[in-house]
Write a protein that binds this ligand. Sequence first.
Ligand SMILES: Nc1ncnc2c1ncn2[C@@H]1O[C@H](COP(=O)(O)OP(=O)(O)OP(=O)(O)O)[C@@H](O)[C@H]1O
Length: 245
Amino acid sequence: MSMIEFKDVEKYYGDFHALKNVNLEIDAGETVVLIGPSGSGKSTLIRTVNGLEEIQQGQLLVDGFDLHDPKTDMNKIRKNVGMVFQHFNLYNNKSAIENIMLAPRLVLKRDEAENKKIAMELLEKVGLADKATNMPSELSGGQKQRIAIARSLAMKPKALLFDEPTSALDPEMIGDVLDVMRDIAADSSMTMLVVTHEMSFAKAVADRVIFMADGQILEDSSTASFFEKPSEPRAQKFLSQVANH
Ligand SMILES: Nc1ncnc2c1ncn2[C@@H]1O[C@H](COP(=O)(O)OP(=O)(O)OP(=O)(O)O)[C@@H](O)[C@H]1O
């Protein structure tokens, strides 16, 4: 069953045509990496999936719900579709564990003892059990991002969206975050859509690679065939540029 489905989607910012005839289907459990040059529309695409950006034409189905249908409850979509941002977006006035416990408490009304138990398990999972009571200002970028990932997981989502999760991190922090993402991708029930420039992560973890340029999907291939040789010349050029980085 497809978890995310774009059908002939068009997105404009005013006069600017940001997504052009996007057709894309992502099955439940798939890990898909979205790559492309700066300004190609990757963030825009990923942000439409949980309603942070509206589409103007076409259809977008998430977990079987049509995002354009006024009857669709966006809160329900956001419960099931977590998002991890480049700049973490933690609540800076709350400790690591409080960041993780907040949404389940408010949105899911999870019992407090159960909430704490799940939050501690997630802190273990991301390797930060010893930082439970630290404030975000006391954490490194990589630690903040792992807390943000734990916070998303606490809602027990069906899908996770990652928008350049390692782009704001010092190089030595990136590996730990990618390791956590790799673990999550190994859970066959989790759907992941990841915007990243980390080609080795894409190669090792993604089932499929989508290449975008100028608001269009130019290539949608299995990871193996994409990295062997993308069929699209612009994808070939992009790949050689990031590889030389
Ligand atoms: N809120 C907005 N209003 C107007 N234009 C926007 C807005 N957000 C994005 N754009 C434009 O839409 C295009 C796609 O932006 P988007 O952030 O989706 O690209 P991207 O592929 O994620 O780029 P990057 O890799 O640099 O993050 C860009 O030309 C950008 O300037």
